[in-house]
Write a protein that binds this ligand. Sequence first.
Ligand code: GRF
Length: 222
Amino acid sequence: MARQVPLGVLLSGGGTNLQAIIDAIEARRLDAEIRVVVSNRESAYGLTRAKNHSLATEVLDHKKFTSREAYDEALVALLGARGVELVVLAGFMRLLSPVLVKAYSNRIMNIHPALLPAFPGLHGQKQAVEHGVRFAGCTVHFVNEECDQGPIIVQAVVPAFPDDTEETLAARILKQEHVIYPRAIQLYSEGRLRVEGRRVLIDGLERDDAPALVNPPAKAKT
Ligand code: GRF
């Protein structure tokens, strides 16, 4: 049996990405085991999803800590006690301090709802709609000390349309998040990711010369 990489999933909200990871593990598409799901918010629905699958959960309320560093020290201790190797941020609405980033160097992944390095920070989908881009998407990347700027692992592209709202675009992007996050974790689990400078090299990747995407597409005249 393949190695099951021990994960710690951190979230603050609904946890649909957590669900996609759970589903991929249960379908044996992802060689990983979730050791703990941690939330800074007790009310996060993601905790219920975890409990529905008998996963261990912890609430670490940031309001009970005097500094970001103190919070992250508690997180590092908690993750260490559970034997977590890879930290998976799945809608965790907190900036990480160097305490956590250094403890898990190149072992923290995040998913961002935009094609980084475009539209970092909050509300990537809204930024994309307001900017009038023709393509949007999502990015799984390793986390470094600069917000949303770590080495990119996998991206998915979706078209954006003139009548999109933040909500319609976000829904289209979210579907792809659920595809690429388990895939990125599986690449890690297989030991195929190498970080070199700001790039992630993937071992054993077959090059796929897919056709270029154009939006709006040229339509044949009738
Ligand atoms: C997603 O849009 C993700 O890209 C962002 O936070 C959101 C989390 O959604 N980082 P969910 O809680 O996984 O449904």
